[in-house]
Design a protein around this ligand. Sequence first.
Ligand code: GDP
Ligand code: IMO
Ligand code: MG
Length: 424
Amino acid sequence: MSVNIVIGTQWGDEGKGKIIDIMASRADVVVRSQGGNNAGHTVVCGGETYKLHLIPSGILYKDTACLIGAGVVIDPKVLLGEIDGLSARGISFGNFKIDPRAHVIMPWHVELDGLSEKFRGNSDIGTTKRGIGPAYMDKYERSGLRIYDLVNPEIFAKKAKSAGELKNKIITAVYGGEALDVEAIIAEYVEYGKRLKEYVADVSVLTYEAAKAGKNILFEGAQATLLDIDFGTYPYVTSSHPISAGVCIGTGVGPMIIENIIGVAKAYTTRVGKGPFPTELDDEIGETIRNKGGEFGTTTGRPRRTGWFDAVIVRHSVRVNGLSSLAINKLDTLSGIGNLKVCVAYKKPDGSTLKDFPATLEELEGCEPIYEEINGFDEDISKCRSFDELPKACKDYIARLEELCGCKVSMVGVGPSREQNLER
Ligand code: GDP
Ligand code: IMO
Ligand code: MG
C-alpha cells in the first residue's frame, strides 16, 4: 500500500495535474478533498491535452477510482459539463463518486462572488469568480445546500427556495444587483441532481476501506499552500485548506494513513490574482518566463504574474505541509534566460533579516528579497529522460533548492507530458 498526497507549495498552477496523472498510473484511488472549479489542472498525454477543474486528474486511467470528498464545493453545471466533455473523448466514469456531504455552488454564489469583488473596488482579491468564497461562507454559516439535498428534489426545492430568497435580498438590497429567478434555478438544478444521483457515495467510507484493503491512494491537492485560508497571504487567498492537513478533513480519514506528502513547485514562481509576491519580476525576464512557460491561467485565461523561485515560501510549505519531498516542474522554461536568482530570505525595512514567511501582510510590507545568483543554462533539456542527463548547471540549481528548502527533490519536470518527468 502507498498513500500519497500531492500538494501545491506556491500560489497554484505548479503542475500538480501532471504529477497526479503520472502517480495515478500506480494508484487505485485518486481523491480530491477541497476547492472547486477555481482549480485548473492540465494533463498532457498521447498528444492530447485535458484541462480538469473538478474531476480528479486520475480519470484518464479507466480502472482508477476517482472520488470527490466532502470538503469540495461543487458547481453541478460545471461538473456535468466536464463529465460530458470527457465522456465524448472516450473517458469512463464507471469509477467516479461524489460524497453526499459536499456543498453545492448555486448561481447566487457565483453572482455574489462577482458583486463582492466589484464592491471591494481596488481592494478586490482577484478571485476566479466561480462562487467559491460565497459557497464556503454558507457552509460555515450552516445554511449551505449539499449534494445529498441536490439529488433529493423535495428536500432541495424547499431548502433552495429559502436560501435563494434570502440571497436575492442581499443581491438587490445590499449590492443593488438584479434578483435571480429562484424557481427557474430550482427547476434547472433538480435536473442536474437527477443526473448526478448515480455518482453519490460515502467517500470517507470508500477511502477508508481502500486503505484497509492495502490499496494505493493518491490525494490530489488543488490551489496551494500560499492560498490557504490560514497559512496563505490572507486575505489574498482561497476559502479552503489546500494544505496537507486539509486532505483528512476534506475526505474524512485520519492522518495516520498518510505515508508521503509531495509538494509541487515550479522552478520559478507564478501567481494569478492579487496579493503580495516578493520575487515578482515586472521586467523583460518576467515577460520572457510568462511567454516561454505559457503562463496564462488554466481556469480564467488571465496572464500569470511571474518571478524568481522564492525559497522562503517553499520552506514555509515544507513546514506547514510536512513535506516528504518536492517535485520541481518547468525547469525547461528557465533555459536561455541567463543567470538565475533564488530568494533565500527577506530584508526587513529596519535592515534585519526574515527567514520564515511572516503571518501577516503588514509584516511582509516593505520586505525586499535577498537573492543568491546561480549559473543559468542554455541547453534544451526538454528531451532529457533521466536526472543524470541534465546539464551540470541544472543539477547544481536543484541541489541548491534542496539545501535552501530543507527538502529533497524527488522529481524534476522538463516539459508538460508524462515522459518529461525525471524521477530520482
Ligand atoms: P496545476 O493547477 O498545478 O495542475 O497546474 P496548471 O495545469 O494550471 O499549470 C501548469 C502548466 O504547466 C500546464 O500548462 C502544464 O501542462 C504545464 N507543465 C507542467 N509541468 C511542466 C514542465 O515541467 N515543463 C513545462 N514546460 N510545462 C509544464
Ligand atoms: P490550481 O488548483 C492558481 C486564486 C485566485 C485568487 C484566489 C481566490 O489550478 O492550482 P477563489 O476563486 O478561489 O476565491 O480565488 O485564489 N486561485 C488560484 N490560483 N491556481 C488555482 O488552482 C487557484 N484557485 C484559486 O486566482 O487569487
Ligand atoms: Mg491550475
